[in-house]
Unconditional design. Structure first.
Lengths: 351, 351
DNA sequence: CGTTAGCACACTATAGAGATGAGTGCTAAA
DNA sequence: TTTAGCACTCATCTCTATAGTGTGCTAACG
């Protein structure tokens, strides 16, 4: 089993001890000593032997000791090695999955679904749940309707693939007849139906610039109206739903108030976190950022476990949980994985 | 100056010392001793004399000492006496008020205004800002429009006095002609325009029960539709906007993680806090709940300073700040007061 | 009578000493 | 390769002494 670049001098037995050590540390939160590890491993070896192994693991940078005479704790590299090669995922029970499926599936539109998924994540993991609102690039355009209101106001209704019905009242300089509006909405639905909102927006823009003069004036106006709605959509830079933030206050590992304040502030600020989540859109499964791996200072003592979820148009967003680095990966990873799958199903079954 | 029921044995001089002591304690956070108080008071008295006074104040239940040989700290009753009779409010500068006015006035509808006011509160006080969304009982009904959509769906648009435009798509069993809908909306606007949403709802309900048989069937249906919209309004039990929650993590007085978690959880749960805020609707000025006075356990170490704000229809909601009991009342009270006035102005100037 | 000085007392906070215990690294032997 | 033994390091706990802060009480003073 030639694993990675750090496995020099770390043979299979040492890896096993690393696994046992980390699992013990995840349970206890206390540095693990050689005597404890010897007992825990089940193999009939003396503490002295274990000490040699631990020495190797330390040299490889996988574990470290807080001070001379404490046990050892995993380093970031140690956790990385663990989640990459050593985890024994503990899959959810059928009944748990079903219960979750029901809990999630009740919601109506994209936003409500995301909120439910987020709540489910934080409930199950007792950490903070995080679900991106489906990105505009992945929401498909289904249908548009223009409705004349009193005066020169026009109501634009946008139906999208995630079940969301956005409506916006727009002030128009020009007046349209009922039939003109019908004509316009048929045109737009026929031409852009099935496209995602982002390419629709781009398409409209391009079309309007290139063919402005040759087109029916009403059509041009209609496209401008549609463009207006797509442009000022408030979630243009993305958004996410957070649940169970306060769960993080229970962890002794995260009890430093200043750190925790930074973390909470970063949740409120959203921008950086969205940037981080964007990175996970490409990966096609669970992805994990341990401690400083996220390269985002407020997350230094945390681990972020993410998974992308899909809709008809492909990957629509990312969800995940945030918790202390010392979390139960065996349990958390399957939860995130399953939640992503269930949310995908819920979104797809809309049509 | 016969003040209250607790002023037995607490003469004017003692009150002055109480004021000085509390102001000192608010600055320092340390128990105030007799020597310090003697120096701080400006009066040329020896610590021994002060000790006698402090002894009186302690007997009156206004101050207490954490242990035999620390100074004294205010009790809840002490704070209460202070805010009721001793505060020297420090009014905001003209320029500050103007800056704030601009900051708040940009918002469009009720919800956005509330959010801005909340942000202003937390920015200025460095504590948590809290603004109730205007209550339905105080939002006036301006106008309703029914718009036929494809199929049997009808879009109902509700324009209210706080500038909010709510719209909801409703599935109707019956089909209506365009003229029927126009007739219906004229009827509703004429009959209920200017009423608040809550009495409109009640009115509709009563009307429908008493005159069901004698009325035009279309009208009855229209009223049912309107009733539907008013009923499932999601903020039927109220809502509020919270800002600067994390500011509370900076206070040493609130550093107990378990307490703080409870506090944050209570913010997320909302229900109880709304209940508390409801109580403040009646008072016509700033109201203060110190520590256990709020009778809501998560607020035991906090003070809530509130003020009601108005719209055309009278008192519309309540705003305020939450912070540690040891807060700078001289500064905070005027801020809350002014913010409420500014928000009222912003809401009223809508029409 | 209000005010003051003086004194004994109570309590906290801090630091140092010593004991304890956990765990290591190293060495030599099996 | 594994193991036992031993010296060593370091954190933690307890006990003690000490300094500092502030009080309550009493007696004296104007």
């Amino acid at each position: 089993m030639a694993n990675t670049s750090v496995d020099y001098a770390v043979n299979e037995r040492a890896q096993y001890f690393l696994k046992v050590l980390i699992e013990h540390y995840i349970r206890d939160g206390q540095p693990v000593g050689s005597r404890t590890l010897a007992r825990d491993s089940g193999m009939n070896l003396s503490p002295a032997t274990i000490r040699n192994v631990m020495s190797d693991l330390e040299e490889a940078g996988l574990i470290t000791s807080p001070h001379t005479s404490a046990g050892r704790v995993p380093t970031v590299s140690g956790y990385r090695f663990f989640v990459d090669f050593l985890v024994s995922l503990r899959p959810l029970k059928k009944s748990e999955v079903q219960q979750m499926q029901q809990q999630i599936a009740v919601g109506a539109d994209g936003k409500a679904l995301a909120a439910r998924a987020s709540a489910a994540l934080s409930d199950l993991t007792h950490m903070a749940g995080l679900v991106m609102i489906p990105r505009r690039e992945q929401i498909l355009f289904r249908q548009i309707e223009f409705v004349p209101l009193s005066g020169s106001r026009i109501l634009v209704i946008l139906v999208t693939s995630d079940g969301e019905v956005q409506n916006r009242v727009i002030e128009s300089a020009k007046r349209f007849s009922e039939s003109q509006l019908t004509q316009a909405q048929n045109f737009l639905t026929a031409n852009y139906g099935g496209q995602d909102l982002e390419s629709m927006r781009a398409g409209l823009l391009k079309e309007m610039q290139s063919t402005r003069k040759q087109m029916d004036e009403v059509m041009t106006q209609a496209m401008e109206l549609a463009g207006l709605v797509l442009n000022d959509s408030d979630d243009s830079d993305g958004d996410f739903v957070l649940s169970g933030q306060t769960n993080l206050m229970g962890f002794h590992d995260l009890s430093d108030m200043t750190m925790l304040k930074h973390l909470f502030d970063s949740f409120a600020e959203k921008r950086q976190i969205l940037h981080l989540l964007d990175h996970c859109m490409d990966a096609d499964g669970v992805q994990i950022f341990i401690g400083e791996e996220s390269d985002y200072e407020p997350f230094d003592n945390c681990t972020l476990v993410t998974a992308p979820y899909e809709t008809d148009g492909g990957v629509a967003g990312v969800l995940g949980v945030v918790g202390p680095t010392r979390m139960d990966y065996n349990k958390v990873i399957p939860i995130v994985d399953v939640t992503a799958k269930l949310l995908s199903m819920a979104l797809k079954s809309k049509y």
